[in-house]
Every structure is written in C-alpha cells, then in structure tokens.
Design a protein around this ligand. Structure first.
Ligand SMILES: [Zn+2]
Ligand SMILES: [Zn+2]
Length: 341
C-alpha cells in the first residue's frame, strides 16, 4: 500500500476516507499499530520537503507522545499549527501519515482521542443546585441532578474527554472516530454487566446510579461525535461518505445502549421503591425516598423519555429520526419503482 493510500486510513474503517481499501479486515494489525512504540525517525521520512524547523517540531511532538504526556502532545501540536509548521485543514492526517508514518500518526490520534477534560473527573461534577445532596428541603428531589448529586460536565458534554474545540481541526474526524470505537467497546461491556444488586435497596440504588452515569457518559461520547459531523456542512465531497459513516455508527451504537439506560433507571426505580420501607415513616429520609420514587417514575413516563434532563440526548434522537426517515423514503422509492415495472 502506498503512502498516499495509507494516508486515507488511520485506525479503522470509520477513519478511512476512501472506500477502495476496506480497513475493517485489518483490525488486528491496526490494533498492534495502536500500541506499537517503535521510534520514528523523521530523518528517514520519505518526505524530503520538510524544513529543519518542521522536523524539529515533529520530533518534539513524537518525544512527548513516547513519554505519554498527552497534554504536551496537544500543546505542541496546536502551537506548531499556529506557527504554520503543520497544516490545519482536512489534509492534516494525510500529511502526518506521509511524514511520521501511519503507526505514529495513529498513536497521535489515539492520544488526542483519550485526552481527559481538564474541568471534571470522568465527565461528572458535583451538583451546585443541591450541594451534591440530591435533594432540596429534604423532601424534594433536585431536578438538576435527578437526585443523584452529580451532573455531567458542561464543558465536555459529560464525556470526560477534551472538548472538540481543543482537537485540531484536521484531526477531528479521526479523533472522534476513535472515540466512537472506544465508547462502543466500553458500552458492550456495560451492556453485558448484570444489573448491580446489593443486600440493601439503598446500596443497590447507588450501584445502579453508578452504572447509569457510566452508560450515560459513553452515550454522550457518541452524541458529541454526531455534533462534530454536523459541523462539516460544507465538507469536501470526498469526506462526505466518511462523515455519514461516523454519524450512522454513533447513532447505531447509541440506540442499542439507550435501552440499557432505560432498564437501569427502571432498576433504580425498583430499588428506590424498596428502600422506602427501610426508613421510619415521616422521617426526612422516608419522604425523600417517596419523592425520588415518584420522580423516577415520571422520568420514565415522560415523552420523549427523560425529557429535558441530561439523560435525554436530543442530538442523537434527531439524527436517528432523520436516518430513519431517509431509509423509509429510500424503501418507498424502491417499492414504487417495483410497482411501476
Ligand atoms: Zn442536585
Ligand atoms: Zn468535563
């Protein structure tokens, strides 16, 4: 495969720009490349057009990459782009593959894809509305955090990962494609986990709430990826297919995972309902358990489900609806054509 062909693929098919080389089949090979730590020698690069300044800048980025300092990788990369040493457009990835090689370019993309948000821990912040207690005046559930005391971080959309504004423009599609793959892997594991149980209903409730946050975080990763594809309204033609694939993949995985999200809230409702009896009647804890049970029931009954809360992923839902109506229109056209013939 030539350098130019390699340039159109980074980690897997989602990152692949052009269809002729199905990267899916090379999954295992690609994974090895993701963890490869082979040093890259810029001097040996087949691209002789690099200036000394560019070579030096690339070497610094690779050094930071090798030492695992993801913050530094991003800082250096953005600084060098600002100095026009690296291209800042849809050709950035191709250029990188051509200069530092596919394995190193992939490692760079993966480093940026996993860079944490500087504002939160794993996508969550304490709820200011209730001072993380989950309740107001002892009897009312805090609607901001759904009574759980924590809310998704606004800065990163609850993903716990560096927000899109920090990711270099020319690498965004590749970075978010990797994030989708990572989210899918984690979601598959979360979906297969048995529903957390415990000897006490209160404990079971909290364990299920942790599962809910974990699921919601990954679904938020998928939603931010769809958000990124929306920014490419005037994308060049050769990128359109790749953008559509990324959005479709995010929606497909999210739909599957949202069922588990609903099941988890139902299980939390069950635990909350059982916990009522563990408190003396008339106590604040008893009143709160009743309020929480009613609140969760209303959340599940709302239309759309979880309406107006951080569990409602509007952008994903809208995109899923568009996809569905597009598919229906296509099927209708085929049916009409068949009828006419
Ligand atoms: Zn709150
Ligand atoms: Zn954050």
């Amino acid at each position: 495969m030539s350098r130019m062909e390699l340039a159109s693929c980074s980690s897997e098919s989602l990152v692949c720009e052009d269809a002729p080389n199905p990267c899916k089949a090379r999954g295992a090979q690609v994974n090895r490349q993701l963890i490869s730590s082979d040093p890259v020698n810029i001097e040996d690069s087949s691209n002789d057009s690099l200036t000394e300044e560019q070579k030096k800048a690339l070497e610094s980025v690779l050094e930071a990459l090798r030492s695992g300092d993801r913050d530094k990788v991003l800082r250096l990369f953005l600084k060098d782009q600002a100095r026009n040493l690296f291209p800042e457009n849809e050709h950035t990835l191709k250029w990188l593959v051509g200069t530092i090689g596919k394995a190193a370019a992939t490692r760079l993309v993966v480093a940026l894809a996993t860079l944490p948000c500087f504002n939160c821990k794993s996508g969550l912040l304490e709820c200011d509305n209730c001072n993380d207690g989950g309740r107001l005046e002892n009897e009312f559930v805090c609607e901001s955090c759904l009574g759980l005391g924590r809310i998704p971080c606004d800065f990163c959309g609850g993903t716990g990962l560096a927000s899109v504004d920090f990711i270099p423009l020319g690498l965004r599609l590749a970075v978010f494609a990797v994030r989708i793959q990572n989210a899918e892997k984690r979601l598959l594991r979360l979906i297969q986990l048995p529903m957390p149980s415990a000897q006490s209903a209160v404990r079971a409730f909290h364990k299920r709430a942790d599962l809910l946050f974990a699921l919601n975080r990954e679904i938020s990763v998928l939603e931010t990826a769809v958000g990124v594809t929306r920014d490419y309204v005037n994308a060049p033609r050769n990128l359109k297919g790749r953008i559509t694939r990324i959005a479709n993949e995010a929606v497909r995985i999210a739909r599957k995972s949202e069922k588990r999200l609903t099941a988890t809230v139902k299980a939390m409702l069950g635990a909350s309902s059982l916990s009522i009896d563990s408190y003396p009647k008339g106590s604040n804890a008893h009143k709160l358990a009743v309020a929480r049970t009613n609140f969760l029931g209303a959340l599940l009954d709302s239309d759309p489900q979880f309406k107006g809360t951080y569990l409602e992923h509007k952008l994903l839902n809208e995109t899923a609806e568009k996809l569905f109506s597009k598919k229906t229109r296509k099927a209708k056209k085929i049916e009409e054509k068949r009828y006419r013939n």
